[in-house]
Design a protein around this ligand. Structure first.
Ligand code: FES
Ligand code: FES
Length: 162
């Protein structure tokens, strides 16, 4: 099996990593780069806990071969806050009580970011549809949808949205 040095662009930084062809993106992020905000649960594309953005699109990092993400722009939950200031989506999840155990939260927030980048004023049904691939065992979803609405409003009103 051939190892190669590949350059990953994660949260705006470039990282050289030795990868093998079978290696998954989640393993590069968590084990090679120490970005443990990305969570591993089902490993099968069923829960969304491992969601990251690849060129702005929500992607299951547990199903993504690392080599396919080389050279693309990868965003993890660690890339959202601006120093000590939470991203408006993160702040809204905190304020609305949309986080309980927090295991689903990074994936939920990244799916939300992809939604709001494309659709700044989604309906509740559009929010449900955008988050359909992200499961939460704790919250019952209502507070998550409330949080997305608050985040959308904050971002529309000029809150940090990068
Ligand atoms: S861990 Fe990737 S979808 Fe569940
Ligand atoms: S807050 Fe626990 S799984 Fe969503």
């Amino acid at each position: 099996m051939t190892k190669e040095i590949a350059t990953f662009i994660v949260n705006g930084g470039e990282y050289e990593v030795i990868v093998e062809p079978h290696m998954l993106l989640i393993d590069v992020l968590r084990d090679k780069l120490g970005l443990t905000g990305t969570k591993y649960a089902c490993g099968a594309g069923d829960c969304g806990a491992c969601t990251v953005l690849i060129d702005g699109k929500p992607s299951f990092s547990c199903l993504t071969l690392a080599v396919t993400a080389v050279g693309k722009s990868i965003t993890t939950i660690e890339g959202l806050a601006d120093g000590a200031e939470l991203h408006p989506i993160q702040q809204a999840f905190v304020d609305k009580g949309a986080i309980q155990c927090g295991f689903c939260t990074p994936g939920m927030i990244l799916s939300t970011k992809a939604l709001l980048d494309e659709n700044p004023a989604p309906t509740r049904d559009e929010i449900k549809s955008a988050l359909a691939g992200n499961l939460c065992r704790c919250t019952g979803y209502v507070k998550i949808i409330d949080a997305v609405e608050v985040a959308a409003e904050t971002m529309r009103n000029g809150g940090q949205g990068s």
